[in-house]
Ligand binder design. Structure first.
Ligand SMILES: [Fe+2]
Length: 331
């Protein structure tokens, strides 16, 4: 006697091999569709995210900051270049670039040309590993090990990119403390070299920033907790970082699988609080490595941050760590 379930058609039981083959074909088709969507559609679905963050001294005027990160530019990426060119129409007061601009030896002109208008505005930058070294194929499962062995490609012309940025007036804050005034807001800023490469030397910029500044702004490529702790101890209001790519391949209702650093998954992209009063913003970035050209549930993004005054600069009450009072809109 055989027992047959009413939910399955007869042929499932009469031809089990055919049923298995059908299921395998279905799964393979879904996988092909998923890979096609992630690599052809979502990877190029460039998005502007808008976030309001209360981080300025009370009484300050607001400041619009365009946060760019992880362009991973290749010379032929016209969609990305055209989208970047349009960002100048946002007329930000300040542009902050948190590194990983290059994925090719000859990509510097593409970066400079597509950011042309933005380079005429006040700007700050640090570099990441993908400004110094070219991409290399990697085993994707290595990203699940937090302390995996790093492999680097050929040296990239970061000196040319640095010269292009600084000639147009952008400030390299790598191991530098700088002060500037933008749109009536006094900014005390400092940055570190890429912690992902263990090049960060926080002691070179250590110490409290100018207390007269309306905004104390820290900048790093990788949001490593050891660096965030130092900025927080010194009294910085806000740290901007990139590197995580927002997890790049995320699961619906779960989010990022990895952050590619020691940061916890809850802060992999967007605003969050670090310590009792410092705010953190992590960009999900605009590009990907050419050897992992896919994004899923994690669109490429630039962020327009509107920084506004806090009502009270004391410790926030009743807000659990990792949750920011900031608000975000995605376009
Ligand atoms: Fe990156």
């Amino acid at each position: 006697m055989s027992i047959r379930h009413a939910a399955y058609p007869e042929w499932v039981f009469d031809n089990p091999r055919t049923a298995l083959r059908g299921a395998a074909t279905g799964l393979a088709g879904a996988a092909v569709l998923g890979v096609g969507y992630a690599s052809l559609i979502e990877r190029n679905a460039f998005t502007l995210r808008e976030v309001t963050m209360p981080v300025l001294e009370p009484g300050s005027s607001s400041l619009r900051v365009l946060h760019l990160s992880d362009l991973h530019m290749m010379p032929g990426q016209k969609l990305k270049q055209n989208w970047l060119r349009e960002l100048d129409r946002l007329e930000p007061d300040l542009v902050v670039n948190t590194g990983d601009n290059l994925s090719h030896l000859r990509a510097v002109p593409s970066v400079v040309q597509s950011m042309g208008g933005l380079l005429a505005r006040p700007g700050l930058f640090v570099f990441g590993s993908n400004d110094y070294f070219g991409p290399k194929p990697k085993n994707p499962f290595k990203y699940f090990k937090k302390e995996h062995k790093r492999t680097f490609g050929e040296p990239l012309p970061w000196q040319d990119l640095r010269a292009a940025f600084t000639e147009r007036g952008w400030l390299d804050v790598t191991h530098n403390r700088r002060e500037l005034e933008v749109a009536g807001v006094r900014i005390a800023t400092a940055g570190v070299d890429d912690p992902h490469l263990k090049r960060d030397r926080y002691d070179t910029i250590a110490g409290p920033p100018n207390p007269m500044a309306n905004l104390k702004l820290g900048i790093t490529h990788s949001p490593e907790p050891r660096v965030l702790d130092r900025f927080a101890e010194d009294g910085y209001d806000l740290v901007l970082a990139g590197h995580t790519h927002g997890g790049q391949l995320c699961l619906p209702f779960y989010g990022a699988l990895v952050t590619n650093c020691q940061l916890d998954r809850s802060r992999v992209k967007g605003p969050s609080r670090w310590g009792s009063r410092m705010q953190l913003h992590v960009s999900a970035g605009i590009g990907t490595s050419p050897y992992a050209p896919a994004r899923f549930c994690c669109r490429p993004e630039a962020t327009l941050l509107t920084l506004v005054p806090t009502a009270d600069k004391g410790p926030e009450q009743g807000v659990r760590p990792g949750v920011s009072r900031s608000s975000a809109v995605v376009r």
